[in-house]
Ligand binder design. Structure first.
Ligand code: ZN
Length: 351
């Protein structure tokens, strides 16, 4: 969105050099880079006319490493998503679903992370269906857990149209794989290999989508309904400080709605995190009540937020169609998401 779909009147970030049309854009913001001709396309003078000499001086004043450390690597998350989506359709009971499970399982086993597989049988309109949630744990020194979640499967009822869910399920799987990299690096820097705040658990949940085309309470959210009930029964739920859900936020044209079913203070915290990076325009400009994987946790009193962009393509025309492909997903959007998720974790740790 920053450049390709900038609208008159929208704020313009000075020194922003992202190119969302490039499938492999630079992973970091660069100050004063040669591509500054793209800088601020709204430029009615001002910033765009800053002399190259001044920009060169600015470049020298700000070490590249400083900006490199500040931003999440959206390009890497995009590459994870691309590989995952290349599996093809991932509908429950289909061959791609088994491959998707293998992809997630093998990734975390290879990296020696703490992987738990939560296999269960879902009662669905097509009978019992085996499903699997994956939980990856990064222990922290502080008692309590922050859960970051996404669903990873595609819709059973879209199984005949080569629907690959690049944004819906794919992009946020890539996002969480990228976040895992950051958390692993953070833990590796400490003596006891623990995060310095709360534990963070990544949840790749199954069966978010309904089996039939019509979404109902009993035909949807299979994985999270199962897990929330299980964690309520074994006491895990008491330790969860926040449940943060990512859904459909790889969209190049990022506009994340404010979900009125989410916990208000946690929404405010995400907004505060977005503000730190100047990302306010992507967040919470409109309000909707959204039913998604956070609901089973909301209903059990867990502070929860759904970070979702329900507006995908002109008049939402890419949503749940064969048009939901990787060319609609942007590395820049994943950078925005990753920055905000990491900052939200940092803010939660301060509480
Ligand atoms: Zn969906």
């Amino acid at each position: 969105m920053p450049f390709s779909s900038w609208k008159p009147g929208a704020p313009c970030l000075a020194f922003e050099t992202w190119d969302t049309t490039n499938p492999n854009p630079p992973s970091r913001r660069v100050l004063g880079a040669p591509s500054l001709t793209r800088l601020c396309l709204c430029g009615k003078g001002g910033v765009a006319r800053i002399s190259t000499l001044l920009l060169a001086a600015l470049t020298l004043m700000i070490p590249a490493t400083a900006s490199a450390q500040q931003h999440f690597d959206g390009a890497k998350a995009f590459e994870y998503a691309r590989q995952f989506v290349a599996i093809g359709p991932r509908w429950p009971t289909g061959p791609g679903h088994a491959k998707a499970e293998d992809f997630i399982r093998n990734h975390f086993l290879r990296l020696h992370d703490q992987l738990q597989q939560d296999q269960f049988i879902a009662n669905t309109p097509i009978g019992p269906v085996p499903m699997c949630n994956f939980i990856v744990r990064f222990p922290g020194v502080k008692p309590g857990v922050i859960v970051l979640a996404t669903h990873y499967e595609t819709n059973y009822w879209l199984r005949n149209i080569n629907y690959v869910g690049a944004n819906d399920g794919g992009s946020t799987t890539g996002l969480l794989l990228g976040l895992a990299d950051r958390l692993r690096e953070q833990a590796a820097r400490s003596k006891d290999r623990k995060l310095d705040g709360y534990s963070v658990w990544l949840l790749f949940d199954d069966g978010e989508e309904s089996i039939n085309p019509t979404w109902t309470d009993s035909d949807s959210l299979y994985g999270t309904r199962h897990l929330a009930a299980k964690w309520a029964a074994d006491g895990t739920l008491r330790n969860i400080k926040a449940f943060i859900l990512a859904d459909m936020i790889g969209d190049k044209s990022l506009d994340i709605q404010h979900d009125s079913n989410s916990t208000p203070w946690l929404v405010s915290l995400v907004a505060q995190a977005a503000k730190k990076f100047g990302y306010q325009r992507y967040f919470f400009q409109t309000t909707e009540g959204i039913e998604d994987d956070h609901l089973p946790f909301v209903q059990r009193g867990v502070p929860s937020v759904d970070v979702i962009d329900m507006d995908y393509g002109p008049n939402d025309s890419y949503h749940h169609t064969a048009q939901d492909t990787m060319d609609k997903v942007g590395a820049y959007s994943l950078t925005v998401d990753g920055d905000v998720f990491m900052e939200t974790i940092r803010l939660l740790n301060q509480q």
